[in-house]
Write a protein that binds this ligand. Structure first.
Ligand code: 2NE
Length: 270
């Protein structure tokens, strides 16, 4: 399988193969911990994934065979957030989480090792997670002076249940891939050397299905949980579909032609 580089970055690899864009956090020296540079680049890549019609499925993973992502890089954690090259503290991984959730295409976490702390939350917010047998999952926040009370708590609880989510956060234990599968944290576990094949197979299966149907079901599943912002996403998709109709075009045409619109010509479905 030949992955082609979409764009060169400092901290991530961004590659394309057969409709699939792969974002790889490329800091194996630090178990793929992220800095503001890493998350800024991920945001940029995800924006490209959203805009590019050739990209149908997004895969997020980590370089090497030890870690998916170990969360925020503790070397640059300062007062108020993670300090970037501009000296400003930020929590920009939250923007990455929001993008993963709102991009109207399936996002698969290819969990190839440790998914810990903010790295664990990243796999939680992906639509699907496929893990290798050596993957290890867990939160560390309360042990290292951090927490993610957003998607990292509420969506986690939706996946594994309230009791288990509280256990994961309060005790900061680590869980192996089989335990993760059993509690509904991931969709499937495969040997490490089969991981990418499995992920590509899942992506190719989804690519045979209607992209608009996948988009609407993702928005619907999110809307149930995301309050007004989730409804806004779903409503935006409804508007997109409405704009594809002759009925919506008639309103605009009538305005531009300075006449009364004739909406009676369009069928009203029961
Ligand atoms: C990931 C884990 C369990 C791996 O353990 P192991 O034994 O396989 O590797 P080791 O020796 O701990 O790590 C290898 C090197 O990577 C660095 C280590 O310091 C070590 O460096 P050297 O000793 O060789 O110099 N490294 C690993 N993770 C790092 C990190 N996150 N930042 C900087 N350097 C890191 C084990 O390494 C581990 O537990 N890592 C820390 C996990 C963690 O606590 N992450 C932060 C959680 S908070 C967060 O991510 C967050 C949030 O809660 C809310 C918003 C945003 C972020």
């Amino acid at each position: 399988r030949k992955w082609e580089t979409i764009k060169e970055y400092e901290d991530i690899l961004f590659e394309f193969y057969n409709g699939i864009a792969k974002i790889t956090i490329n800091r194996p020296r630090y178990r793929n911990a992220f800095t503001p540079t890493t998350t800024g680049e991920m945001s940029n890549a995800l924006t490209i994934c959203r805009e590019c019609a050739d990209i149908s499925v997004v895969v997020i993973t980590g370089a090497g065979d030890k870690a998916f992502c170990s969360g925020g890089d503790q070397n640059v954690k300062g007062k108020g957030g993670y300090i970037g090259k501009d000296g400003v503290p930020r929590l920009s991984v939250l923007d990455v989480q929001k993008q993963i959730r709102s991009i109207p295409k399936p996002v698969i976490a290819m969990v190839n090792g440790y998914a810990i702390g903010g790295g664990h939350v990243l796999q939680v917010v992906c639509d699907l997670s496929i893990a290798s047998e050596n993957a290890i999952f867990g939160q560390t926040g309360p042990r290292v002076g951090s927490f993610d009370a957003g998607f990292g708590a509420s969506y986690l609880a939706r996946c594994v249940g309230q009791k288990k989510a509280r256990e994961i956060w309060f005790l900061c234990k680590q869980y192996n891939a089989q335990e993760a599968l059993d509690m509904g944290l991931v969709n499937k576990v495969v040997p490490l050397d089969k991981l990418e094949d499995e992920v590509v197979e899942w992506a190719e299966t989804m690519m045979m299905h209607s992209p608009l149907a996948l988009r609407m079901i993702k928005a619907g599943l999110n809307a149930e949980l995301d309050g007004q912002s989730g409804i806004q996403e779903l409503a935006g998709d409804a508007t997109l579909l409405y704009y594809l109709t002759e009925e919506a075009q008639e309103g605009k045409n009538a305005f531009l032609e300075k006449r009364k619109p004739d909406f009676k010509q369009f069928p009203k479905f029961p």
